[in-house]
Design a protein around this ligand. Sequence first.
Ligand code: GTP
Ligand code: MG
Length: 325
Amino acid sequence: MRRVKFVDEVEILCEGGKGGDGCVAFLREKFLPKGGPAGGDGGDGGSVYLIGNERLITLADFQYQYHYKAKNGQNGKGKNQQGKKGEDIFLEVPLGTDIYKFDEEKKEYISIGSILKDKEVILVAKGGKGGRGNTHFKSPTNQRPRYAEKGERGERVKLRLVLRLLADIGFVGLPNAGKSTLLRAISNAKPKVAPYPFTTLTPNLGVLEIDHLKITACDMPGIIKGASEGKGLGLRFLKHIERTKLILFILDITSNPQEDFQILYSEIEKYKKELLNKSLGIVINKIDLVSEIPKFSFSLPTFYISALKGINIDKLIEFIKENLR
Ligand SMILES: Nc1nc2c(ncn2[C@@H]2O[C@H](COP(=O)(O)OP(=O)(O)OP(=O)(O)O)[C@@H](O)[C@H]2O)c(=O)[nH]1
Ligand SMILES: [Mg+2]
């Protein structure tokens, strides 16, 4: 499998093409030595658009190029020939890309929208209008105008793109709790699993099908106490659970589930406490390692599973189904 670098924030410069200039020309025919104006209009400059592509999961492609410029419109020509319009460009982005435009007056980035659907298109830098040829400026007092418009410049905008993955379910847990193992157990994804912390360094997406419904789950890097102050990998990946409907806390039964849950809950609270208003569930994993299941008192729906041995996965799937209906 080709590993694509996961990049979730980039800055780029987008520029529409310049409009073509209008033309100054006159009809010259055999018996009409002083023919009227015949300068064609310039073509409009091409525009820059962002377009959603459901197969992408990273903004990595934007790391290698900063400036994206659409083609200029062609200048108008004689015999009233209009210049060709400049070609547009369409930059493909993953679903869940939020677009921020730098406001030169306010000196800050302002949200201009998000790409959430496949093939969804947003215009980010409009091409300049083509100039009008001299034909347009003929008047009773000036039958042979020697004037045409210049094409306008294209829009030039600095953008920040921030990816917040589009997933239905997000897994949060301490390192080594079995999040990636669970993603393997319930979806088509095959993230790396290993018996040491911080195996997962960037989010993984997996798709599961329940009753012909495609559900996406997002396995996240582990979170540790103090992550909000930058410990471990910090909380920068939590933005990828912002769009989910259901958050599952994955806890290791051989650790201290009650305490681990408190750590995770309070780290999320410090990041953005509104996230805790989503549907929440607790998954106590690795029950194959204990002979007796201790009683925990959680105020949230709780599932005792073994992601590795496939125990009680069906009950968890049932819960997911009910929550996402
Ligand atoms: N016995 C047992 N081991 C498990 C179970 N689930 C996961 N493991 C083991 O626990 C270790 C960590 O599993 P991972 O799935 O990589 O854990 P993670 O939460 O993704 O870890 P990070 O990516 O580091 O945050 C691996 O050795 C797994 O084989 C389980 O249900 N039972
Ligand atoms: Mg992992």
